[in-house]
Design a protein around this ligand. Structure first.
Ligand code: OSB
Ligand code: MG
Length: 384
C-alpha cells in the first residue's frame, strides 16, 4: 500500500467535514434605485453573511431576513442571537458527511427557517467544494443556464413603463410588477396597452383581503401569468377562495414555508404556482422537497429573490437548474441592483438567461474580501 492510499483510507475512516470555525457579518450594500413594495421601501440591502470554515474549505451563504420583520417574522438582530447562542455552537467542532446530517441540529427548533437556511446553504457549498463538483450537481440540477425575469418595484405609471421598456429591450423572459391597493388596475392596464403579449405577472406582497375580490377580478382580465401573494403572509385558506373566483393562477410566496405547506396549499387549490426562495424555507433540502411536491401536483415552480447580493444570487441560480423550475425566476443581473457586488464574478443575464456561475466548485463565485470589508457593519468570529 502506498502512502497516499493509506492517507485516503484514514480520511475515509474519519469521514465527514469538520466545521472548525465560522464568521458572521452584517453587510450593507447601497441599492442603485430604492426598491418599493406594498410593505415598504428599501434603499439599501442589509444582510447576514455566514462563512463556515474547516479542512481548508469555506462554505458561504447569505441569509434573507431583513433588519425589521416586514416580509416575514425573522429579523437580523434575532437571527444573530439565534445563530450566535444556539445554531453555530451546536455544529462547530462536529463532522458532517452531507448536509442531511445537519437536520437533527436544525429541525428541533420552531420557525427560524431563514436562520437555519443560511447554515444549511453554507454547508451545501462546503460539501460540494469538498467533492469538487458544482453545487447544482449535488442538487440534481439539469440546466446550464436559467431563465430569468425582472421584479419592478412600485413607481409611477410613466416610470414603470420606462422600466418595462428596458426589461423588454434586455430580453428578460418575464416582467413582474409590484402592486398595492390603489396602485394596481390602472398600472397593469397601461403596461398591457403597450405590451399586449409579454409574459406579465403582479406581486401584491399581501396587500389585499377577501373584500378586495373585485380588484383581483379586474386584474383577472389582463392575461397575467399569475397573481403573486394577494392575501396575508400566514394565509392559505382564503387564497383558495380567491383562486376559485379567478381564471388567473395564484402564486404563493410568503405563505409557503415548507413542503407540508405546499401540499396543503395545492390540495386546497389555494394557488397553482409556487415561488421557492431557498432562504425562506430553511435551505436546499426543504426547497427541493417543495419542488418535488409541486411537481407531483403538476404545479410549476420558480425561484424567487430577496434582492440578494452575489452569494445569495449564486445559490438561487444553482437551485433554479432543477427540472420543475419551468417559470422564469427573479435572479436578474446584479448590476441592476448594485454598483459593486461582494463577489469577484459578474452575475449578468444574457437575453434573459443567467449562466450558472462556475468559477470553481460549489457556488462557483468567490468573495471580494477587500470590498466586503468596506461594507461590513458588524463582524463576529466563532471557533471551538
Ligand atoms: O416578494 O418576491 C418578493 C424583494 C423583497 C421582498 C420580497 C420580494 C422581493 C422581490 C425582489 O420581488 C426579487 C429580486 O429581484 O430579488
Ligand atoms: Mg413575492
Amino acid at each position: 500500500m502506498t502512502e497516499t492510499s493509506q492517507n485516503t483510507q484514514t480520511n475515509t475512516m474519519r469521514s465527514g467535514i469538520l466545521i472548525e470555525a465560522a464568521e458572521l457579518r452584517v453587510v450593507s450594500l447601497p441599492l442603485l434605485t430604492p426598491f418599493v413594495i406594498s410593505t415598504g421601501t428599501m434603499t439599501s440591502k442589509t444582510f447576514l453573511l455566514l462563512v463556515l470554515k474547516g479542512e481548508g474549505l469555506e462554505g458561504i451563504a447569505e441569509a434573507v431576513m431583513d433588519p425589521t420583520p416586514d416580509y416575514l417574522e425573522e429579523t437580523i438582530p434575532g437571527a444573530m442571537g439565534f445563530l450566535r447562542d444556539v445554531l453555530l455552537p451546536s455544529i462547530i467542532g462536529k463532522r458532517f458527511s452531507s448536509p442531511y446530517e445537519l437536520e437533527p441540529y436544525l429541525a428541533p427548533w420552531r420557525g427560524h427557517r431563514m436562520s437555519k437556511a443560511v447554515v444549511e446553504m453554507a454547508f451545501w457549498d462546503m460539501w460540494s467544494k469538498s467533492l469538487n463538483v458544482p453545487l447544482k450537481a449535488v442538487l440534481g440540477g439539469v440546466r446550464e443556464r436559467v431563465d430569468v425575469g425582472v421584479s419592478l418595484g412600485i413607481a409611477s405609471i410613466n416610470e414603470t413603463l420606462d422600466r418595462v421598456d428596458e426589461a423588454v429591450a434586455d430580453g428578460y423572459k418575464r416582467t413582474k410588477l409590484k402592486i398595492a391597493q390603489g396602485h394596481d388596475v390602472k398600472l397593469v392596464a397601461a403596461v398591457r396597452a403597450r405590451y399586449p403579449d409579454i409574459k406579465l405577472t403582479v406581486d401584491a406582497n399581501t396587500d389585499y383581503g377577501l373584500v378586495d375580490l373585485p380588484t383581483l377580478q379586474a386584474l383577472d382580465e389582463f392575461n397575467l401569468d399569475y397573481i403573486e401573494q394577494p392575501l396575508a403572509f400566514d394565509d392559505i385558506h382564503d387564497h383558495a377562495q380567491v383562486q376559485a373566483a379567478l381564471k388567473t393562477a395564484i402564486c404563493l410566496d410568503e405563505s409557503i414555508r415548507s413542503a407540508s405547506d405546499t401540499r396543503k396549499a395545492l390540495e386546497m387549490r389555494a394557488g397553482r404556482v409556487i415561488n421557492i426562495k431557498v432562504g425562506r424555507v430553511g435551505g436546499f433540502a426543504e426547497a427541493r422537497a417543495i419542488h418535488d411536491v409541486s411537481a407531483a401536483f403538476g404545479a410549476p415552480v420558480w425561484c424567487g429573490g430577496m434582492l440578494e447580493a452575489g452569494i445569495g444570487r449564486a445559490h438561487n441560480i444553482h437551485l433554479a437548474t432543477l427540472a420543475n423550475f419551468t417559470k422564469p425566476g427573479d435572479t436578474s443581473s446584479a448590476s441592476r441592483y448594485f454598483k459593486h457586488d461582494i463577489i469577484n464574478e459578474p452575475l449578468e443575464a444574457v437575453h434573459g438567461e443567467m449562466p450558472v456561475p462556475s468559477n470553481g466548485a460549489g457556488i462557483g463565485v468567490s468573495l471580494n474580501y477587500d470590498y466586503l470589508t468596506t461594507v461590513t457593519d458588524h463582524f463576529e468570529a466563532f471557533s471551538r
